[in-house]
Design a protein around this ligand. Structure first.
Ligand code: MAN
Length: 230
């Protein structure tokens, strides 16, 4: 094989070797062109920059960043879908009447505590002397309960008939007793207001409250199916 044909054989020779057989001016010219081409390829992100620690081109790094960002976005969307799926399984009462109230909190002082009811979320007992809060349950279901009580003169009471009750379970464990739970009985009122809090048995609480959310309640129970009717 002649020198020239070996220099041109693409399988065995690089362009660099081929240059070696050229006169110096031509070699310098090719060299400078190759250098310029390399710089252009690096600047355009096609070749990795040999002066950095990264063994990959800008284009590869960018593509990887985009893949990672898209994967993070997908993960976020998946979590969002799961959240909505869980939400759809939740009991928001007939015709989802309590959905709009979710997370709204109402408080009332009673004895040595301030009690808090966050609709369809949690009930809490907060000591007025400071310190931590005691969880009195997290929302578990909507019930309907028949009551028969004398209505106080100010109208802030349950009266008699079927009333919606929100049941909160698995609160902070009670020493020598059950996990705290709360039944929140609802009656029609102009605004959300906690009327009364009673500890019926040790760590079993009952709240009575007024809310406009149940003011049409008799209409719903007339024809619509009622969840967890007792
Ligand atoms: C705390 C409060 C009370 C409860 C007792 C039970 O003092 O949560 O409501 O009866 O603990 O030990």
């Amino acid at each position: 094989m002649s020198l020239l044909s070996s220099a041109l054989d693409p399988l065995t020779c690089s362009v660099y070797k081929f240059e070696a057989y050229l006169p110096p001016p031509a070699r310098d010219w090719i060299d400078s062109k190759l250098r310029a081409l390399r710089v252009t390829l690096i600047e355009n992100g096609i070749l990795a920059d040999p002066h950095t620690d990264t063994p990959e081109s800008k284009a590869v790094a960018q593509a990887r960043d985009q893949v990672n960002a898209a994967a993070r976005e997908l993960e976020k969307d998946r979590a969002e879908v799961t959240k909505h799926e869980e939400d759809l399984k939740k009991d928001y009462g007939p015709d989802d009447v309590f959905r709009a109230l979710q997370g709204r909190c109402v408080e009332r002082d009673s004895g040595e505590y301030t009690y808090e009811h966050c609709f369809l979320d949690t009930t809490k007992q907060k000591s007025k002397k400071g310190g931590g809060h005691t969880g009195m349950g997290t929302f578990s279901r909507v019930e309907k309960i028949r009551v028969d009580e004398e209505l106080p003169a100010d109208g802030k009471g349950l009266g008699s008939g079927e009333r919606y009750a929100l049941q909160y379970e698995n609160g902070q464990h009670c020493w020598n007793g059950p996990s705290r739970s709360t039944q929140v009985m609802l009656a029609c009122a102009e605004k959300d207001e906690l009327w009364r809090i009673v500890e019926e048995e040790k760590c079993v609480y009952r709240m009575e409250m007024g809310t406009p959310a149940v003011c049409g309640a008799t209409q719903w129970s007339a024809g619509a199916p009622v969840h967890n009717e007792l």
